[in-house]
Design a protein around this ligand. Structure first.
Ligand SMILES: Cc1ncc(COP(=O)(O)O)c(C=O)c1O
Length: 382
């Protein structure tokens, strides 16, 4: 018999119980929770697009034009010209031959890995890859081998000993740590060993690279270096959904084999319209990246002065590792009482002993928000 109450009690005792806070306002750097004003430092809305008036306008116009639902999966009758245009614009944006929409990043990762790899193949993954990348490999039936975080030597050892079809998979920017994968070295190693490289740039797209083209653009890595690129819309682009980009052959393979593409309803076309506008604004409004970087620098120098345990990250993800889950939860609650929202990220999302405050920044923050945060951290993280 399943004993759910015992399992839930155990989670509570270990400081690992999870629950949602109910947000009573639109997404933004200032939220209302329990009727109180709270400053938000845990969203992935890095460029402040989720509540942007131009996106709201595009979404509304999309609803008037297309109605609410897409009606069916892409391959049935759900693939509108709005979806199609977004795919073409994403291919141009990422410098790939083609792009293919998925309903979420989670589904893109499950679908792509399981469409490419199967029994007899091997998938190599960074130990700190996002859960959806790990789950994709498990679903595929291929052998999963995990290499030490960002350690090219560790991957090389595994690749040398493998003779089958090889797929190497990594986050571009690591979602819980904010550091950047050593992509040029990984791409060279993958090529040398006849392996394919897949990069999930959920947290780099919009934030890094010229015009926000992402981590690969920052390293000038093209389709030949990284044949499979995943991007999501729910973070810097401020909407919802995801895509895979790569060669004509890759996309045709995914259309025919990726089960999370084939067997699910297409995203609403109005959402594709809102995402098209976001993509244009993200490219054009470089000031958002400039401001975001200035805020990150202000935080890092302030935190250094206070002696806070900063991680090696230059992205909007700035974790403070606390270690113990209960203590992390306790600090997160104390910060909440001071009007600051930062989630306590605990195992199994991060490795045991590395529970953390995952602090994130947005171009919509102001300097006063950063200063208030530093002051509150000084009083609580000790
Ligand atoms: C690296 C990474 N990939 C994929 C996802 C999943 O994307 P989505 O929220 O669109 O399902 C996330 C987080 O949400 C992520 O951090």
């Amino acid at each position: 018999m399943f004993n759910l109450s015992a399992e839930l009690n155990e989670l509570t005792q270990q400081g690992l119980y999870r629950s949602c806070r109910v947000i009573e306002s639109p997404q933004g750097v200032e939220l209302i929770i329990n009727g109180k004003n709270i400053i938000n430092f845990c969203s992935n809305d890095y460029l402040g697009m989720a509540n942007h008036p131009r996106l709201i306008e595009a979404y509304k116009a999309g609803l008037d034009k297309w109605g609410v639902g897409s009606g069916a999966a892409h391959l049935v009758c759900g693939h509108s010209s709005a979806h199609h245009a977004l795919e073409e614009e994403l291919a141009a944006f990422t410098g790939r031959e083609r792009a293919l929409l998925f309903s979420t990043g989670y589904m893109a990762n499950l679908g792509v890995i399981s469409a490419l790899a199967g029994r007899g193949d091997t998938v190599f993954e960074d130990r700190l890859n996002h859960a959806s990348l790990i789950d994709g490999a498990l679903l595929s039936g291929a052998k999963l081998k995990r290499y030490t975080h960002a350690d090219v030597g560790s991957l090389q050892e595994l690749l040398i000993n493998s003779t089958v079809n090889k797929l190497t998979v990594t986050d571009g920017v690591f979602s819980m740590d904010g550091d950047i994968a050593p992509l040029p070295e990984l791409a060279a190693l993958a090529k040398q060993h006849g392996a394919w490289l897949m990069v999930d740039d959920a947290h780099g797209l919009g934030v890094l690279g010229d015009q926000g083209r992402g981590t690969l653009a920052e390293f000038a890595l093209g389709q030949n270096d990284v044949p499979i690129l995943i991007g999501t819309f729910g973070k810097a682009l401020g909407t919802f959904g995801a895509f895979a980009a790569g060669s004509e052959e890759l996309i045709e393979t995914l259309i025919n084999k990726a089960r999370t593409y084939i067997y699910t309803t297409a995203m609403p076309p109005a959402l594709a319209e809102a995402t098209r506008v976001s993509l244009k604004l993200v490219q054009a409004e470089n000031w958002r990246r400039v401001k975001l970087n200035a805020l990150i620098t202000r935080f890092r120098s302030g935190a250094q002065q206070l002696g806070l345990p900063l991680a090696e990250s230059r992205t909007p993800i700035q974790p403070l590792i606390i270690g113990d889950p209960e203590q992390t939860l306790n600090i997160s609650n104390q910060l909440f009482n001071k009007g600051i929202l930062i989630g306590a990220i605990r195992p199994p999302t991060v490795p045991k002993g590395s529970a953390r405050l995952r602090i994130t920044f947005s171009a919509a923050h102001e300097e006063k928000h950063i200063d208030y945060l530093l002051d509150a951290l000084d009083q609580t993280v000790r």
